[in-house]
Every structure is written in structure tokens, then in C-alpha cells.
Write a protein that binds this ligand. Structure first.
Ligand SMILES: [Zn+2]
Length: 62
């Protein structure tokens, strides 16, 4: 679904960094996360494990 606004574990706001992450992803996820300043591993796993499924769900709208 949509990317979460906050990290589930520590509650840091991460939703505003997701667009930057996607833009930098061509360099590899570890470098992209370093550049946007996400250092805690609980927050980093939010980015790495997220699946962008909103487009595949939108197909079922009438
Ligand atoms: Zn966190």
C-alpha cells in the first residue's frame, strides 16, 4: 500500500523521505538511505521492505 508516514518501531517521520529514496535508488538502497539521512536500522528496513502496490490496486477502481 502507501508508504507509512512514521517508522513502526521508533516513530520517526520517514514518509517525507520516500520520494527522495526512490529517486536515489539507482545507486543502491544502502547508498540512497545514507544520502537521505536514515541511519537507524528500524527506519531503514521500512524503506527496503516496502512494496509499492498502489498502482496494482488502482486497477480495480470503477
Ligand atoms: Zn525507526
Amino acid at each position: 500500500m502507501e508508504f507509512p508516514v512514521r517508522c513502526f518501531t521508533c516513530g520517526s517521520v520517514i514518509g517525507d523521505k520516500y520520494e527522495d529514496y526512490k529517486r536515489l535508488l539507482s545507486q543502491g538502497p544502502d547508498k540512497a538511505l545514507d544520502q537521505i539521512g536514515v541511519t537507524k536500522y528500524c527506519c531503514r528496513r521500512m524503506f527496503v521492505s516496502h512494496v509499492d502496490s498502489v498502482d496494482s490496486v488502482r486497477r480495480y477502481n470503477k
